[in-house]
Design a binder for this molecule. Structure first.
Ligand SMILES: [Ca+2]
Length: 220
């Protein structure tokens, strides 16, 4: 009995090691050895000084956040159940600030939607900037959907961005354009940014942003 029990324990140990190895392999979704995917939610960046604009009404700061974090909204594919809209303002910048433990290459993926019809984003109407250097990218097609059932898709901007040790800033900037009805400046709805890299990335989420909506200008 005793021998059999030891054998069982040993077998369990082998299975546990195999499970860990399989999990590590699954975590590498890019096929690049040792890379992790980091998800930075647009609703949790510092929005306090961002002045946005919408189709029929304008919103700024945390009031640009759409969604309630419900399970139904998560099931629509909204990462974390919220996204940032009201980006239809020339010069608008969304800054994703993070720290890296080393110099490394990163794949930059934007999770985007559109309520302005089918739109094509390219460097002439929508800039993606890492540490002050504009990233050259091929045109990104973003399919139309309604704001309440916004459909988001992952768009890879580049697989060869250079993150540096220390603080980094990835900026999404809306340029003057005619994406709205061919006449006015428009932009995408932004769900999150995904960075795939071998570096260890850290940042601070402003998780109280959604709860601060509607409180701008109110007395504390
Ligand atoms: Ca989100």
């Amino acid at each position: 009995m005793k021998t059999k029990r030891i054998a069982t324990v040993l077998l369990a140990g082998v299975l546990a090691v195999a499970a860990v190895a399989a999990f590590t392999a699954c975590g590498d979704s890019t096929g690049t050895s040792g890379s992790d995917t980091y998800v930075m939610e647009a609703e949790y960046i510092d929005l306090d000084d961002v002045s946005g604009a919408g189709i029929s009404s304008d919103q700024s700061g945390v009031d640009m956040i759409y969604g309630d974090g419900t399970e139904a909204q998560k099931e629509l594919g909204w990462s974390n159940g919220y996204f940032v809209g009201y980006t239809y303002s020339s010069g608008l910048e969304l800054n994703f600030v993070f720290d890296s433990d080393k110099d490394a290459t990163a794949t930059v993926i934007l999770r985007l939607g559109s309520e302005l019809g089918d739109i094509n984003l390219d460097p002439t109407n929508f800039s993606v900037i890492l540490n002050g250097t504009e990233i050259t990218y091929s045109s990104m097609y973003v399919e139309n959907s309604s704001i309440d059932s916004m459909k988001f898709t992952d768009k890879t901007v580049t697989s060869s961005a250079s993150v540096k040790k220390g603080e980094n800033t990835l900026t999404l900037k809306v340029l003057s354009n005619t994406l709205m009805n061919g006449t006015k400046t428009g932009g995408p709805c932004v769900d999150c940014v995904k960075l795939q890299t071998s570096a260890k990335l850290t940042w601070t989420d402003k998780t109280d942003n959604p709860d601060r909506r509607g409180s701008i200008g109110e007395l504390e």
